[in-house]
Design a protein. Structure first.
Length: 672
């Protein structure tokens, strides 16, 4: 019987084949393919479903103790240089394969209901399959160069999906912003990859780590150059995993359809950066200063995302900044030398954050029937409230997600986030303190989202609030308020609620695989680290740190209950009015978007205008002057072209006389 790892190359290939066939059909027979909605959806879901089954089989083999499998072939060679490509299956890759295929498959099923009435239904499913294939290819890549190829494919698919509704100005701008910001990080990544190859003559993860260590020992590579290369490579994960200051694209990516928000923010694109840092752990572990930089960047990102989420009224953007914050936790773990803890949080976060985003999509899907398809209205929590009674499945699963991400035991988020905070406490106590404070903020803003959306009275038919929101966005018209036929709030169809129910189960239970006194997750990825954890585990320290973490999360939840459920505290008057500068700072997202707009967007436009002016006045001037001189000289010389020999002789004679006179004036002897 063939081992699953031997045919693991089919995992990314199957959805790719489905996407290619459907895409070619759209190009060649657009109308016909667009009519075949269900057959196309079933085909692509089946392709991804087979990939998921293969991924589970691969994971089962790795769990049973099978050794890692690597198959390579020579893609290019020149002299002594060879460039291998292929695929690698190991415990880390097996976990990621199972995770990505599970989330992607559930998102596809969910999309059947969410995008049912969209004219781009088939195109959307094609993009989803291509996106999934690209991420799966990235996971099984055996070296940095192959990762870079799939890295760019993931970025391209992200651009297509974020800008899926390209006729909306916001979506088009968000896609461009995501593309440009990620190109900044990818440029650094490419420079780092090429620099590491120059230093080590290898693209292999272990080969790079060993080669760079040898080069430093031999003195052929100075330490500052090695540090620079490591940080350049880290720029790629900074952009993909939305780390400060390259996080600005992620909240704007909410302009895309909600299933894409779930896929990008849960287990795929944003996870790619964390995954790459984990793959490069043999390299980064050699340089403590690099680990410190990664930890600091992660901590800043963690706090920044949570602080901005405190004031967001857009449901999806609140979840987006929550994702930014949680990605910061993962990078904090990587910087503390605990990649397994970071990967564990990536896994747990993938399930409950996908559930939260799909839950928000369920809410928005229902809100659109009441307030219309304008995102400003359908996604603003000021027009929600009381949805729990109308949407019980969505409300219950969203509530479970809020508990999980808040770090309340025994749900998944408690075990993974507490492990990161424990590692940070032992490595960088000050960074632990910031992460600890962020845990309380997380609990507060997540339950703020829940109470504003699902509890209280429904505010969706309040035309005064609608007018204020539309006016603030410059979109207020009479049609917006008087020509929309309000529908009735209702629970989403089974194709949307089924994935929510499935995701709720691991959101509750999967954290139990990472209990610190007997972590099966750590034992699977790194048995040596698991043994060390058991040896140094201390119940007193664990209960102290865990108790503090639960206490601050409970405090955040209590404050949210008092302010948004019981209405005993008016935070607008008690805090926002008292500290208007801080409130404005958070509402304006630390002014980072404004700074980027002024420095880079307007600055690049000003530079472009100046370059255009130089081009028009200098470059074009020189070219035009050359043309005029040529034209003028041609016009003048045409009168000397008479066709008479005696006239040409006269010119030659005149030239000779002129030379004689010239040399005479200069006092020189004319040549013989």
């Amino acid at each position: 019987m063939i081992a699953s790892a031997e045919i693991a190359w089919l995992i990314p290939v199957l959805p790719l084949l489905g996407a290619v066939v459907t895409g070619l059909g759209l190009i060649s027979f657009n109308r016909t393919i667009n009519r075949l909605r269900k057959p196309v959806a079933i085909t692509l879901i089946t392709c991804l479903g087979i990939s998921a089954v293969l991924s589970y089989a691969v994971l089962a083999e790795q769990l049973s103790g099978s050794p890692p499998v690597e198959h390579l072939f020579i893609w290019a060679s020149a002299g002594d240089f060879t460039l291998p490509m292929g695929y690698l299956i190991d415990p880390l890759g097996a976990v990621m394969l199972a995770l990505v295929t599970t989330i992607a498959l559930l998102v596809m099923i969910y999309s059947h209901g969410y995008m049912a009435h969209d004219k781009g239904y088939v195109r959307f499913f094609t993009y989803l399959a291509l996106f999934s294939s690209s991420m799966l290819g990235l996971i099984i890549s055996p070296n940095l160069l192959e990762i870079y190829v799939f890295w760019e494919l993931v970025g391209m698919c992200s651009y297509l999906l974020v800008g899926f509704w390209y006729d909306r100005e916001g979506a088009a701008h968000a896609a461009q912003k995501a593309f440009v910001v990620n190109r900044v990080g990818d440029f650094g990544l490419l420079l780092g990859i090429l620099g590491l190859f120059w230093a080590t003559q290898s693209f292999d993860f272990q080969g790079i780590a060993e080669g760079l260590a040898s080069a430093i020992s031999a003195g052929t590579i100075p330490i500052w150059a090695a540090l620079t290369l490591c940080l350049l490579v880290f720029m790629g994960p900074m952009a993909k995993s939305a780390q400060f200051p390259l996080h600005v694209w992620l909240p704007d990516a909410m302009e895309g359809p909600t299933p894409i928000s779930a896929l990008i923010h849960a287990a795929t694109m944003v996870a790619a950066g964390v995954f790459l840092v984990a793959r490069l752990e043999p390299l980064y572990s050699q340089f403590p200063i690099v680990g410190f930089v990664i930890a600091v960047v992660g901590t800043i990102t963690c706090f920044l995302g949570a602080s901005i989420a405190l004031t967001q009224m857009d449901l999806k953007k609140g979840l987006a900044y929550s994702t930014v914050s949680q990605l910061g936790y993962m990078m904090l773990a990587m910087g503390c030398g605990a990649p397994v803890a970071g990967m564990f949080h990536l896994v747990t976060h993938a399930f409950f954050k996908a559930m939260l985003f799909l839950g928000s999509g369920s809410v928005i899907h229902a809100m659109e029937d009441v307030v219309g398809h304008e995102p400003i209205l359908a996604q603003d929590m000021r027009l929600m409230g009381g949805l729990r009674k109308k949407m019980p499945i969505t409300a219950v699963t969203f509530f479970i997600g809020c508990i999980a991400i808040s770090g309340i035991p025994p749900l998944a988020g408690f075990w993974s986030k507490d492990e990161i905070l424990g590692q940070a406490f032992n490595t960088f106590p000050f960074l632990w303190l910031i992460g600890f404070m962020t845990a309380g903020m997380t609990a507060f803003y997540m339950f703020r989202l829940y109470f504003l959306t699902f509890e209280g009275n429904f505010r969706g038919e309040d035309q005064e609030i609608q007018a204020q929101l539309l006016a603030s966005a410059g979109k207020l018209t009479d049609e917006d308020l008087h020509h929309h036929d309000s529908g009735v709030l209702h629970e989403s169809p089974w194709s949307m609620t089924f994935p929510l129910a499935v995701l709720a189960l691991p959101s509750v239970l999967i954290g139990l695989l990472g209990t610190p006194w007997n972590s099966k997750f750590v034992n699977f990825l790194n048995p040596d680290e698991a043994k060390e954890m058991i040896e140094i585990f201390n119940w007193s320290e664990f209960l102290t740190l865990a108790g503090a973490s639960v206490a601050i999360s409970s405090a955040g939840i209590t404050l949210a209950v008092m302010a948004y459920y019981l209405n005993r505290i008016d935070l607008g008057k008690s805090i926002a009015a008292r500290f208007p500068t801080i409130n404005s700072f958070l509402i304006n997202k630390w002014y980072l978007d404004d700074i980027n707009e002024k420095l880079f967007v307007q600055g690049s436009r000003k530079l472009a205008r100046e370059v255009l002016e130089v081009d028009a006045k200098v470059v074009d001037g020189v070219v035009n002057l050359t043309g005029l001189l040529t034209l003028g000289s041609g016009e003048g010389l045409k009168y000397f072209e008479t066709g008479r020999a005696q006239f040409y002789a006269l010119i030659v004679f005149g030239g000779v006389i002129a030379l004689v006179v010239l040399f005479g004036v200069l006092g020189a002897t004319p040549p013989a």
